[in-house]
Write a protein that binds this ligand. Structure first.
Ligand SMILES: Cc1cc2nc3c(=O)[nH]c(=O)nc-3n(C[C@H](O)[C@H](O)[C@H](O)COP(=O)(O)OP(=O)(O)OC[C@H]3O[C@@H](n4cnc5c(N)ncnc54)[C@H](O)[C@@H]3O)c2cc1C
Length: 292
């Protein structure tokens, strides 16, 4: 099964090469599929070897553990990487990056999804996390999602109320998103560009763009901001090994060079405990963990 994959198959591939935090131990089997058939082959192999499957988009919101990861890891960035514009809609593959989609759409006066600008993501990863900002999330624009069930059968989902919630999408268990259809809005080019520029300026001020991070670590509790709570419990700038709670935006943990997953997990545990003790609020993790 692995032998018939047209994309890349690697063994003991360090996930630190594939996560924005630059952390992660070796995955037993690491596949960069070329197409849906490759994904099916990898799923069949995992099933026959009783191995768990882990999906990576661009790895911008995952913490991969330090030790051996006994899984088949599929990295979809670049695979299914085409976007096709049809009227005011776009049909995009799971591996298309949000940045390239926004760039291509802007060039033909299609906007509407500017609120997603600057979120580093593939379409698949953005949908799986219902990525967004206070101004809107990707789920607001979805008219269809295409996915592969764990048994390799194709599925389609039309949005219904409740499937997309804050930073979540209720995907059938084991399913892999392969693409979607998004509704966009025709806008004058200059308006879209002005909007994008303003958003990128804010993002540059708040996000540690020059440092390795995995984006927001925690979901914002209802009516609260996780970063504000972390600051109030005095953990802004707290370091452990090579990991650090980013002082400018405490909902981020950055890797100062030699951080391990254990460092990050320990900082998260301290944060969770302090916020719980001081405010009685249980922080809910946004970042997804790969590995046992
Ligand atoms: C500097 C920075 C800023 C960020 N700002 C924001 C922000 O403003 N808003 C926000 O929401 N997020 C933000 N993030 C987090 C991150 O960009 C988003 O969560 C994004 O959606 C992750 O996409 P990805 O392709 O990298 O997915 P990954 O991180 O690779 O994966 C995330 C999850 O999605 C699953 N997944 C990925 N692809 C698929 C697929 N095809 N099918 C099924 N499951 C899949 C993975 O298994 C994993 O559980 C930021 C991250 C960074 C580093």
């Amino acid at each position: 099964m692995l032998a018939s994959i047209r994309g890349t198959v690697r063994y003991q591939e360090l996930l630190s090469f594939h996560t924005s935090l630059r952390i992660g131990g070796p995955a037993d089997i690491f596949v960069e599929p070329l197409d849906v058939n490759d994904i099916r082959q990898a799923l069949d192999h995992a099933k026959s070897e009783c191995l768990p499957v882990a999906i990576l988009g661009s790895g911008n919101n995952v913490l991969a553990r330090d030790r051996r990861i006994q899984s088949v890891v599929l990295k979809l960035e670049g695979c299914l990487g085409r976007a096709e514009f049809r009227g005011d809609e776009v049909v995009a593959g799971a591996g298309v990056t949000l940045s390239s989609l926004i760039r291509e759409a802007t060039a033909i006066n299609l906007g509407g999804i500017e609120c997603l600008a600057g979120i580093p993501a593939t379409i698949g990863g953005a949908l799986a996390m219902n990525a967004g900002t206070p101004d809107g999330a990707i789920g607001d624009f979805v008219t269809a999602i295409y996915f592969l069930h764990a048994d390799g059968k194709l599925g389609e989902f039309k949005p219904i109320y409740g499937r997309f919630t804050y930073q979540e999408f209720a995907l059938p268990a084991g399913a892999i998103i392969i693409g979607c259809r998004l509704r966009m809005t025709r806008r004058p080019l200059a308006e879209i560009q002005k909007d994008l520029k303003a958003r990128m300026k804010t993002r540059k001020a708040l996000n540690p763009l020059a440092l390795a991070s995995a984006g927001p670590v925690w979901k914002n509790p209802p009516g609260e901001e996780a970063g504000r709570l972390i600051e109030k419990v005095g953990l802004k700038g707290k370091k452990l090994g090579g990991a650090e709670i980013y002082a400018k935006n405490p909902n981020f943990i950055v890797n100062r060079g030699n951080a391990t997953a254990d460092d990050v997990l320990a900082l998260m545990e301290t944060t969770r405990e302090r916020v719980q003790a001081q405010f009685g609020i249980t922080l809910e993790q946004k970042i997804r963990i790969i590995g046992e």
